[in-house]
Design a protein around this ligand. Structure first.
Ligand code: FPP
Length: 258
């Protein structure tokens, strides 16, 4: 028997080309506090955060991750002082300029998820260039959530569906989980397996709200600039010890219940 909606969770999405492995998302928190603890300006923490990102991308593929989504800039981060916003945009630009060639060579497909509105044309060009150049790569997928908010992405998907319905292109009764997620900026990515948050906080901060439905949540008490392969290894070991039931029963329990 199928579920009432006709879908059996999780709403498994596959990476075009069939790459397998885990989809891990990371909230890279604690850059500011890392810097403050050293008497340095927050910008130093963000810069060290880029170094930690580089280390993590390198080690992720080796540890069985096929897709990594990182939270680079949220729709709420515009509330930070203008200097910090400029610093984060500058680091995003610098990261793409310095790392794109290497990522491309290593078969990494780069995607940027989030709202494109409100971004300067040079950033938009940089994003389009990175996505186009790496579109055919299949070894690993790196998704940078930039100008991204989980609620905003859900609203944007709902609006896109409503507009298509108003134009007569879709039947409103056709809306289900699958047609809804097809309009998210993350559409096409594999189902999310695990969200890691560093920085001593225990919240999602509007990250991948839809995608988190059955993701495992792992909180690691380390500031992001100190993050490295051993932390990722530990997180994946914890993930491996979790039993995922997706709303059903554990295999043994299913047999006992029948
Ligand atoms: C949270 O630390 C981190 C961010 C808001 C941005 C993360 C950005 C980077 C790691 C660098 C640039 C990113 C890319 C994609 C190139 P926080 O500032 O909130 O730290 P705090 O909670 O200690 O203040």
């Amino acid at each position: 028997m199928s579920s009432p909606g006709g879908l059996s969770p999780p709403y498994q999405r596959s990476l075009p080309g069939g790459a397998s492995g885990l989809h891990v998302a990371i909230i890279m928190d604690g850059n500011g506090r890392w810097a403050k603890a050293r008497g340095l300006p927050r910008s130093f923490g963000h810069r060290e955060g880029v170094a930690a990102l580089r280390r993590t991308v390198e080690s992720a593929a080796e540890l069985g991750v096929s897709c990594l989504t990182v939270f680079g800039f949220s729709t709420e981060n515009w509330r930070r002082p203008k200097t910090e916003v400029l610093e984060l945009f500058g680091l995003m630009r610098a990261y793409f300029e310095s790392d794109l060639k290497r990522l491309e060579r290593r078969g990494v497909r780069v995607r940027v998820v989030g709202r494109r509105t409100g971004l300067d044309s040079d950033i938009l060009n940089m994003i389009n260039n990175a996505e186009t150049r790496t579109a055919g790569n299949r070894a690993f997928q790196l998704q940078v959530a930039f100008n991204y908010g989980g609620q905003a992405d859900i609203v944007d998907s709902a609006r896109a569906f409503a507009e298509a319905a108003a134009r007569g292109e879709v039947d409103p009764s056709a809306l289900d989980e699958r047609t809804f997620e097809e309009r998210l900026s993350t559409a096409g990515a594999p189902a999310l397996d695990v969200v890691i948050r560093t920085g001593f906080e225990r919240r999602l901060s509007n990250f991948l709200l839809w995608e988190c439905a059955y993701a495992e949540l792992i909180f690691q008490d380390v500031y992001w600039p100190d993050y490295g392969p051993d932390h990722l290894r530990a997180a994946l070991a914890e993930f491996g010890s979790r039993q995922r039931r997706f709303g059903g029963l554990a295999p043994g329990e299913s047999l006992a219940a029948s």
